[in-house]
Design a protein around this ligand. Structure first.
Ligand SMILES: [Cu+2]
Length: 544
């Protein structure tokens, strides 16, 4: 597969624009009312009181299998013909790599792609050459708080932070990205993200060139080929960044060549806030073999799949019997995300405000797979993988009274149980005991005792992410959802595996089971709509 042909895809928004204009005009008056509330939004919070120059240094007794320098730096990349594009990238320098690989994505702002094995020890010497502070979060990994990339461990320009951890996760598709307080969105947007694959020993799955990362993001480029990000646009922040061009693996690439072979696609939604409803244009089922935390007990067939920001899914796709020249599109189908940003919905739609891309739920092609004459390995779909033991609810110390976490909007601020992020603050309801199992319930919506119209009108999907562990989804209650929304997404959820991120749609309640083990300390949990996160829709939980 050649991931590096620069074919440029412009999405066709014309129908979208036509469709939304009426709604926009209808809501315009209310829109102004909402605007007038914005200046009271509070972006300023107290500093963290830490010395951001203090990094973590090398532990000489730690003997890594993989030792690597990752330098976050600004660079100019030839993305298009003409002007180079200013991006941020992780530049890798391998010092030691025994039985693991670190693959760069040439011509891409993304990467690298780590391939490691369970039990291996990894040392990453992170060097920050960015203008602002940064920190690396190892998304999905079960590692100690100091290694996890909590914003309190962000380092300034010129400093180094050494991550050292043993890989003890299940084989699966994990990833890494910056996590500094209030500026995660812009740093990820400019290019900082990579994949962290823990390899399995499944001999019956596509491997090597047939095991392919697909990192999906949306971006906006200006006429000078520069990335556009509206950090200071409150509307854009409130909604989350939505681009007008899809990029796959950090290239504005839409045509990927495939052999007549069976593929394993490791799909990561690396977008700041866009949600995808993945489907194949040839009408075949989406065959899901893995989710955030590795392989499912058995493959699951879906007509389409909802993938929120930060989530991963592993897809099985067989091109082995396809005709040469056949084109299959990976699409995002249209859906109703249930959001309302004011009276009647759509008022603050990104397409109308500040020149950003179409709203979540507008359909488009993500990329095209073109089958070449090359024949490759054909595999048959295994009927089962390793079984996953369900966490019994009876094991939970709070099975009768789950902790509740409400994600909603309060006075133009996205909040969790009415609170926003404070660097070291942990409320009593956020403290859990080591070696216990709990049930947590996440609710998209306030408790119905809101402060008036605006509060209840603001609803958006929130991809919920917990650091430090993988959990199981035990219930998805949709009785509070609008059926107009639910009917367009209901077949798109795979809850049979381990997760670290899940979609919480407006009106939805999701119960998860979590086991707190191995490490004490503070981890964050937050909305993975990165603009919501940067606005403070994030909190700490502490394992004591
Ligand atoms: Cu959110």
């Amino acid at each position: 597969m050649d991931l590096h042909n620069y074919n440029i895809v412009f999405l066709n928004w014309q129908n979208f624009i036509k469709m939304k204009r009426y709604e926009f005009l209808r809501n315009f008056t209310y829109g102004l009312a909402a605007f007038s509330i914005l200046p009271s939004m509070t972006y300023c919070k107290s500093g963290n009181g830490l010395n951001p120059n203090s990094g973590n240094s090398i532990n000489e007794s730690f003997n890594p299998d993989l030792d690597i320098e990752l330098t976050a730096a600004q660079r100019n990349l030839q993305v298009f013909t003409g002007n180079k594009t200013e991006v941020y990238s992780y530049v890798s320098n391998i010092l030691k790599a025994e039985n693991s690989t670190v693959e760069n994505l040439p011509g891409s702002w993304l990467g690298p792609v780590f391939r490691v094995k369970q039990g291996q020890k990894v040392r990453v010497r992170f060097k920050n050459q960015l203008p602002r502070e940064s920190v690396i979060h190892w998304h999905g990994l079960h590692i100690p708080p100091k290694m996890d990339g909590h914003p309190m461990y962000a380092i300034n320009n010129g400093k180094q932070y050494v991550y050292e951890f043993e890989v003890n996760n299940r084989p699966g598709t994990y990833w890494f990205h910056p996590h500094p307080d209030k500026i995660t969105g812009p740093q990820v947007y400019r290019g900082l993200a990579g994949m962290f694959i823990v390899e399995d020993d499944e001999n019956n799955l596509p491997a090597g060139q047939y095991d392919v990362p697909l990192i999906i993001q949306d971006r906006i480029f200006d006429d000078n080929n520069q990335l556009v990000y509206m950090q200071n646009n409150p509307m854009s922040q409130m909604q989350g960044f939505l681009g007008n061009r899809i990029v796959v693996n950090g290239n504005p690439e839409n045509n990927l060549e495939v052999s007549k072979a069976t593929y394993r696609f490791r799909v990561l939604n690396g977008s700041n806030s866009r949600i995808y409803k993945l489907a194949w244009s040839d009408g075949s089922d989406v065959i899901v073999i893995g989710t955030d935390g590795g392989l499912l007990p058995q493959p699951v067939r879906k007509p389409y799949l909802i993938l929120g920001s930060g989530e991963r899914v592993e897809l099985w796709k067989d091109f082995s019997t396809s005709d040469t020249g056949k084109e299959v599109h990976l699409q995002s189908l249209s859906f109703n995300d249930g959001s309302s940003m004011g009276m009647g919905g759509g008022m603050m739609g990104g397409g109308m405000m500040g020149g950003s891309g179409p709203e979540n739920g507008v359909g488009f092609d993500i990329c095209t797979f073109t089958v070449t004459s090359q024949s490759g390995e054909r595999k048959s779909l295994p009927s089962t993988f390793e079984a996953i033991k369900s966490i019994p609810e009876s094991e939970a110390v709070n099975a009768d009274s789950p902790r509740r976490f409400r994600f909603y909007n309060q006075r133009m601020q996205w909040v969790i149980n009415g609170e926003t992020f404070e660097m070291r603050e942990v409320a009593d309801w956020e403290k859990v005991k080591l070696n216990t199992t709990e049930i947590w319930e996440f609710i998209n919506g306030d408790n119905g005792q809101g402060m008036g119209m605006m509060q209840n009108m603001m609803k958006m999907p929130h991809p919920v992410h917990l650091h430090g562990l993988q959990f199981q989804i035990i219930d998805r209650d949709v009785s509070g959802m609008s059926s107009d929304s639910w009917n367009t997404i209901k077949d798109g959820f795979v809850d049979e595996g381990w997760q670290d991120t899940f979609m919480l749609m407006p009106g939805m309640k999701v119960k998860i089971a979590l086991r707190f083990k191995d490490y004490t300390g503070i981890y964050v949990y937050h909305c993975h709509n990165l603009e919501h996160e940067d606005m403070g829709m994030m909190r700490n939980y502490e394992v004591i």
